[in-house]
Design a protein around this ligand. Structure first.
Ligand SMILES: Nc1ncnc2c1ncn2[C@@H]1O[C@H](COP(=O)(O)OP(=O)(O)OP(=O)(O)O)[C@@H](O)[C@H]1O
Ligand SMILES: [Mg+2]
Length: 259
């Protein structure tokens, strides 16, 4: 068992410079972030500030060009099932049913068939898709597809769920419902979530801590603890104060440069 006193994710001075077509882009400079088990952390910032880059480094899709990215105190060696990624465009296999999409991970890792079946049914129930178990992704709404994507990551025994603007393509009502469902899942399972968004309200509604990033090069500018009781009231004065404060910080990154 991993030692729960050790941070589950630990980014120490993480930098990333991409080289493509002879050009270097400094996407991330010196990011320090510690995520403890069971935390819900949101990365918030304008386009291009390195949110996806930081998430992809945590996933193991990218290696840092400077600093260290650790999970349970060990360098992240590459992608692995303990860090499941959920994308805005779902990333489901279109030729598989809901059931087979969710079972794909445990099955390909050689879990016994009976165990896979049990796991799949448990997670289908957890995300409320029993009636759609035999449907294919094209038969589902966006919200349902995102539930399948979340169930698939959980069925694969993810300890950390990495979500890159997962609700960005959904209409406002579906998005709000999925935010509630995600918080409910998080509370019931003790998952650790690292969630990218550029929506201030979404970050305040969801997170224990909001990590404000700024561009040019991407940096972590501030980390704000959100200690409002859940379920959070988006119309409360305290919520509004946070919204104003974060908006001012976010928009300061777009301030026109003095001539
Ligand atoms: N594979 C890549 N090759 C070259 N440059 C890249 C690559 N991926 C990202 N970048 C650059 O790195 C910077 C940070 O990109 P990143 O995708 O991490 O930002 P982001 O905060 O997720 O933005 P968005 O909100 O638009 O998704 C940008 O300038 C981007 O153009
Ligand atoms: Mg991004």
């Amino acid at each position: 068992m991993a030692d729960p006193t050790i941070p589950i994710l630990d980014m120490r001075g993480v930098s990333k410079t991409y080289l493509s077509k002879g050009r270097a882009t400094e996407a991330l400079r010196g990011a320090n972030l510690t995520v403890r088990r069971g935390e819900f952390v949101c990365l918030l910032g304008a386009s291009g500030c390195g949110k996806s880059t930081l998430l992809r480094i945590a996933a193991g899709f990218e290696a840092p060009t400077g600093g260290e990215a650790l999970m349970w105190d060990k360098p992240i060696p590459g992608p692995g099932p303990s860090r499941g990624m959920v994308f805005q465009d779902y990333g489901l296999f279109p030729w598989l049913t809901v059931r087979d999409n969710i079972g794909f991970g445990p099955q390909s890792r050689g879990r016994p068939a009976a165990e896979v079946r049990e796991t799949v049914e448990r997670y289908i129930a957890l995300v409320g898709l029993q009636a759609f178990a035999d449907a294919h992704p094209h038969q589902l709404s966006g919200g349902m597809k995102q539930r399948v994507a979340i169930a698939r990551v959980l069925a694969n025994e993810a300890e950390v769920v990495l979500m890159d603007e997962p609700f960005g393509a959904l209409d406002a009502m579906t998005r709000e419902r999925l935010q509630d469902e995600l918080l409910d899942l998080w509370a019931r399972t003790g998952l650790t979530v690292l969630f990218v968004t550029h929506a201030i309200e979404e970050a305040i509604f969801l997170a224990d801590r909001v990590v404000m990033m700024s561009p040019g090069p991407g940096r972590i500018e501030a980390v704000h603890g959100i200690d409002l009781p859940r379920r959070r009231d988006v119309s409360s004065p305290a919520f509004n104060d946070l919204r104003r404060m974060l908006a001012a910080q976010l928009h300061s990154h777009h301030a026109p440069k003095a001539a």
